[in-house]
Design a protein around this ligand. Structure first.
Ligand code: GDP
Ligand code: MN
Length: 380
């Protein structure tokens, strides 16, 4: 789960990281009064859970409270990468001398946290990583020992941070590591960490992703959930206990088991198709569950064919077939369907689906090829 910049910054501040004075607001009026309170120049920042807000025009500096109000009116009406701006953060504006990148994330290959720093932080960091990877400095952190000061000094040295900032930089790296550990985060990032004209280090941006599986021990983080982050269909799927991720293709997939769902998507791609979604219906296959899965798949107008791939284990194939049959009584669609059933009671399952307006297949290869060709016909 991602959390907003203003929320990340509060966590950072609790761990001793210097952040600009500021507050979050949901209306232009509030923005004006916060700007007046802060006095001087402020920066009005859209709070949406995507990167690149600056480039999208969602971050602007205002010289006066009136100007801040005007800017807020515009930003609060914006949609950035599909997400509506409902809140803005109003921060004291900083005068920036240089922008550093500092972040920590999970290094899956090496199975440990990795802290990353670059002297060339800011909105072009992805570009720097691509064109000049030598400018991105990494240290692996032993999770048992935690971040050691010598590692932070190494980062400071490699990014050529002037000595006078080292003490503060060490404090910030410790704070960032603690923020990451304490919240069970998979990412904690300050981009940019700036050196100001008056020679201070300041975290101007904050981004955190916390592990969904850790949320049950962090009710204070769960409260930060922003439902805009996930799509309506995904929210609905969660309600029915389905794992659904929408994708860009046109073949809807309904599969029992996450691994089998991944394999199904791979096979679709192997035969030249594109999956429209990942969907794991999990164990059991009540008509209600199957019907909600089909409805969610069909809510995507790109879908031109649906492939059911079911491995009958504890969930029996005949049970799934009955689920599909009774779901179809409540759903009216002309989208062609291919069903592949294998495992416990497969013959009975297939028999039940005989004569229905759907293609029944035994092998996944056969089923995927049929779904791919049906989807192609559907596009024409
Ligand atoms: P992002 O685009 O979503 O990563 O948002 P950021 O918070 O990182 O802001 C983008 C850029 O806006 C930063 O890299 C800065 O260059 C600039 N910016 C943000 N806050 C301030 C500020 O207080 N003063 C000035 N001068 N620039 C700022
Ligand atoms: Mn940023």
């Amino acid at each position: 789960m991602k959390i907003h910049e203003y929320q990340s910054k509060i966590i950072f501040a609790e761990h001793g990281i210097p952040i600009p004075a500021g507050r979050v607001a949901a209306s232009a009026k509030e923005v004006k009064s916060i700007a007046a309170e802060l006095g001087g120049r402020v920066v009005v920042k859209s709070q949406v859970l995507v990167g690149g807000r600056g480039k999208a025009g969602g971050i602007r500096v205002a010289e006066t409270p009136e100007e801040a109000e005007g800017i807020a009116t515009k930003i609060l009406g914006m949609t950035i990468k599909g997400l509506p701006v409902r809140k803005v953060l109003v921060d004291e504006a900083a005068s920036i001398k240089s922008e550093i990148y500092l972040g920590i994330t999970n290094d899956r290959t090496n199975r440990c946290p990795v802290m990353i720093a670059s002297a060339e932080g800011g909105v072009e960091i992805e570009e720097v990583a691509r064109k000049d990877p030598g400018k991105i400095i990494r240290v692996r952190i032993d999770p048992l020992l935690g971040l050691r000061d010598y590692q932070s000094r190494y980062l400071a040295q490699m990014i050529e941070l002037p000595r006078s900032f080292w003490r503060e930089f060490l404090k910030i790296t410790r704070g960032l590591y603690a923020s990451y550990v304490d919240t069970d985060a998979s990412l904690a990032e300050i981009n940019p960490l700036v050196i100001t004209d008056d020679k201070r280090l300041l975290a101007l941006d904050g981004k955190m992703v916390v592990d969904d599986n850790g949320l049950f021990i962090h009710p204070e983080l769960e409260e930060m959930r922003d439902d805009d982050e996930i799509k309506k269909e995904e929210r609905q799927a969660r309600m029915y206990g389905l794992s659904y991720v929408k994708l860009e293709g046109n073949i809807g997939c309904m599969v029992n088991g996450a691994g089998l769902a991944m394999a199904t998507m791979d096979v679709i791609k192997l035969f030249g198709g594109e999956p429209a979604n990942f969907l794991d219906i999990g164990g059991g296959a009540s008509a209600e569950k199957v019907a909600s899965a089909i409805r969610i798949i069909l809510s995507d107008s790109n879908v031109k064919a649906i492939l059911f791939n079911v491995f009958g284990g504890i969930t029996r194939c005949d049970e799934v077939a009955r689920g599909i049959l009774s779901a179809m009584e409540t759903i009216d669609t002309s989208v062609p369907m291919v069903v592949r059933l294998i495992g416990t009671n497969e013959a009975e399952g297939r028999r039940l689906l005989q004569g229905q307006s759907m293609t029944v297949a035994t092998s996944l290869v056969d089923a995927a090829q049929k779904a791919v060709s049906l989807a192609k016909e559907g596009v024409q």
